[in-house]
Design a protein around this ligand. Structure first.
Ligand code: EPU
Length: 431
């Protein structure tokens, strides 16, 4: 298992480019299953989760060509199986995104039921209930979700989600794109990734209106065609690098981003003292304000509010702000694993239930810490960048799932960060 070794205390300075959004590329790759024709996706980030998603498509029988590193040309003409096995789903929950398109196009799908993960129980009951409303039969067989459209094709329906769900909304959008008649999704997720997926499906000949608002209307069509689409920039990677500039007292120009996708994050960071200038529609200039940082509270909520995927990074930043900041997590029940690791680095954080209180400003010190999930890993990297001394972060495979080349990107703007690869024999000896 690889580790990161970070020597903190360097102010970051320079220019960083943002990669394509992981959480948009994942559903867009799944959507290629909706058509027998070739769908070309550009700006697919080169991260572990996308490699896994590509493998899933290939296992199902799709052909995936990569004429360039970040371009995927997918032809899902000869789909031979309709199953996402446990081995894949256990490494990546987003494999459940295969359910909607397989059910829509072939009338059947089998996907291993994902279990809980480090951040919560994360059921998919709302996806399954919506498939039933579209006319599918859904059963659980030996740990697998087995879904069928009895008449071969789903039928449009009115679906009201009890809770806002991002991949649930995406799955229903894909399932109903080929259904007979009209589907309306109420209480839909409004994340930019939903809009991006709708844009791709519409380029394929789909008829989706209202994506990005809580009510989405989908007029089902008989078949979808090929298309070409560029994935939006990753708003969470953007937010992470804004915090990197601020926490190190540096100055970063962040290019190829989409500031309008992270307005709640930008506003909160400005409020706490980070200077963020929008140079143009796709570039930001970030530095820590002369007066330093002041503690501000956040509550995570679905888009357009403060995203849960930036909570851990924000908590790291608040260790450097004067005062007490209250961080409330309302999306996932167990998303404070990074807090205990930050405490090992001398942060003063107490938490109970879904609320953490960060007492700043503290001088962080390097330590051996362990990453527990993707965003928790990012939070530890940020803390290590401003800590005195050396930090070794274990289990960085979590960060490889969603941050493209983070070591190279941070190293190029002055961070002292390196990856230590452990040979299997050393790992066995130390475990
Ligand atoms: N929920 C249910 N039942 C369902 C679906 C969701 O109870 O059927 C609950 C969840 O347990 C959670 C809440 O609803 O408490 C919201 O979950 P949601 O379904 O929106 O999450 P997701 O679709 O599984 C996506 C992102 C996550 C991100 C969340 C919230 C992808 C592939 N994943 O997950 O990204 O945190 O939305 O914005 O898009 C990450 O990138 O690090 C990550 C975890």
């Amino acid at each position: 298992m690889d580790k990161f070794l970070i020597r903190g205390g360097q102010s970051l300075k320079g220019t960083i480019e943002i990669s394509g959004a992981k959480n948009s590329a994942l559903p867009c790759l799944a959507a290629t299953l909706l058509s027998a024709e070739t769908v070309t996706l550009h700006n697919v980030p080169y991260v572990k989760d996308l490699i896994t998603q590509r493998r899933l498509l290939e296992d199902l029988g799709a052909t995936v060509l990569t004429p360039e590193l970040r371009t995927h040309k997918v032809t899902a003409k000869n789909i031979g199986t309709f199953e996402a096995p446990y081995e894949l789903v256990k490494t990546m929950r987003a494999s459940v995104l295969a359910l909607g398109p397989l059910l829509a196009r072939f009338g059947r799908a089998k996907v291993s039921l994902p279990g809980g993960c480090a951040i919560g129980t994360r059921p998919i009951d709302l996806h399954l209930k919506a498939f039933e409303q579209l006319g599918a039969t859904v059963s659980l067989e030996s740990g697998d979700v087995v879904a069928r459209a009895p008449k071969g094709r789903l039928t449009g329906a009115e679906i009201s989600f009890e809770k806002v769900t991002v991949t649930g909304t995406e799955n229903v959008m894909m399932a109903s794109a080929l259904a007979k008649g009209k589907t309306v999704i109420h209480n839909a997720a409004c994340e930019p990734e939903i809009e991006d997926l709708a844009e791709l499906i519409n380029k394929m000949g789909g008829r989706i209106k209202g994506a990005g608002t809580p009510t989405i209307e989908i007029e089902g069509v008989e078949a979808l065609s090929g298309a070409e689409h560029t994935i939006i920039p990753d708003r969470i990677e953007t937010g992470t690098f804004i915090v990197a500039a601020a926490i190190t007292g540096g100055e970063l120009e962040i290019r190829k981003c989409e500031p309008k996708h992270l307005q709640a994050v930008i506003e909160k960071l400005r409020d706490s003292g980070v200077e963020i200038e929008e140079l143009n529609q796709s570039s930001l200039l970030v530095k820590c304000g002369a007066k330093g940082l002041t503690a501000k509270d956040i509550t995570t909520e679905p888009h357009p509010h403060f995203p849960t995927d930036m909570q851990a990074q924000y908590m790291a930043l608040m260790t450097q702000a004067e005062g007490i900041s209250v961080v409330k997590e309302t999306i996932f029940e167990n998303r404070f694993m990074h807090a205990s690791e930050l405490v090992r680095m001398s942060a003063k954080i107490d938490f109970s239930g879904n609320t953490a209180r960060v007492h700043g400003k503290t001088r962080l010190t390097g330590a051996r810490v362990q990453a527990s999930d993707l965003r928790a890993s990012a939070s530890l990297v940020l803390a290590a960048l401003c800590a005195s001394g050396e930090t070794v972060i274990d289990r960085v495979y979590h960060i490889d799932r969603g941050y493209e080349n983070i070591v190279r990107k941070l190293g190029a703007v002055g961070a002292k960060i390196e990856r230590i690869s452990e040979s299997p024999t050393t790992a066995a000896a130390t475990e």
